[in-house]
Design a protein around this ligand. Sequence first.
Ligand code: NAD
Length: 370
Amino acid sequence: MDVSQTIFEEYTDDLGPEKIIHIYEPVAKLRAIVVIDNVAAGPAIGGVRMAPDLTTTEIMRLARAMTLKNAAAGLPHGGGKAGIIADPKTGDKECLIRMFARAIESLHDYIPGPDMGTDESCMAYIFDEIKWAVGLPRVLGGIPLDEIGATGFGIAECAEVAKEYIDLDLNGARLVVEGFGNVGKNVARFLEEKGASLVAASDTSGTVYNKDGINVSGLIQVKEEKGSVIYYEDAERLKTGDLLKIPGDIFVPAARPDVIDERNVGTLDTKLVIQGANIAITTGAEKALHERGVLSVPDFIANAGGVIAAAVEYRRGSEKEAFSEIKSKIRANTKKILDKTYSEGLYPRDAAEMIAKERVLSAMSYRGCI
Ligand code: NAD
C-alpha cells in the first residue's frame, strides 16, 4: 500500500490530522516533520522536538496529544507538533532551526514552541526569521517556560489534587523521576516544596538512588554543571533502566514516549503516576496500572503547564498570570477527570479524552464545509 494511503486509512479520524508536512532542505540537510492535527479552536500550538530518531507516527501522536491538551485546558488553540530529525547537540543547530523556520513560514495555523531538544534560544531564532513563536526569552517579551518550570509546576499541582483520590500524603512521599531535564528537575523542585522526598532520578547516562532522599537543588546543580545526574555523590549509581524497579510513592516519567509498556509495567512499584512526558505510557500499561489500583493521570491533563503559559504569552499576558492560570486550570481539570473516572467507573484516560474530545467537536461544529 502507498504511504499516503496507509496514513489516510490508519491514522486519520474524526478530529484529524489536518496536515502532515515533510520538509527536506538538501543544502543544510534539514529533515523535519510538521503535523497540524486540528485547528477548530484556534491556531495550533505545539513544540518543536529535535532528536535523531523521530518518526512521522510519533509526531502525529504528539500532535493529537496537543489537540486534546489544549482543548482540555480550555485554550483558544488547536494542536500540532513538529520534529527536526537531528542530534540536538549538533554544531549546526542554529542553522537547522533557522532553515526550519523559513520552511514553515507559510503555515500560519501553527505556532511553534520549545520541546525536547529545543529551548528559548531556538524559539528566538524562529521568531527572528518569521516573527511568531512562543516560549521566547524574556528579553523578547516571552515567558521562558523551562526557566520558570511551568510544566513541572503544573505537575506538582496535579499531584496535590490526585493524592486525595488514593489517600496519599505528599509529606514524605517518595518521588521517582525518569528524565531529569527541564520537566523532571522542576517537578522535583516543586514537589519537594510540597513535602515530597526525591529518592531517585535518571537521565540517558544512568540513575541515582538514595532511599533517604536526594537534595534537589544539589542534583540540579550537578546536572547543569556536569551534564548528568550520575555525578551526584550522595547516592547509589545504577543503569538508566534500573529506575523502573525503584520503589516509591509517586512516579513521574519525564523523558520519552512509550517508556512504560505492557512488558515492564509490572516492575513499577508506586501508588501514583503523574505523566510528565507526552505519551510516556502505552494504553495497555495504563489499564494494567488502573487494575492494580495505581492512579495514573494522563499526560495531556498533567503536563499542560507549559502550553498554558505559552497561550498566556501569545496573548501578551504576564508570568504571574501564567502561574495563576496553570494552577487553577490544572487543579480544576484533574478534579474533573478524576471525579468522572471514579463516579462512572472509567479509566482516567477515557474520562479525560471524553471531556477533551467533546470540546474539540463542539468547536468543530462551527466550521463550514465549503
Ligand atoms: P529535556 O530534553 O530537557 O529532558 C529530557 C531528559 O530525559 C534529559 O535529561 C535526558 O537525558 C533524559 N532522557 C532521555 N531519554 C531517557 C531515558 N530513556 N531514560 C531516562 N532519561 C532519559 O526535555 P523536557 O523538556 O524535560 O521534556 C521531557 C518530556 O516532557 C518530553 O516528552 C516532552 O515532550 C514533555 N513535555 C515537556 C514540556 C516542557 O515544558 N518542557 C511540556 C510538556 C511535555
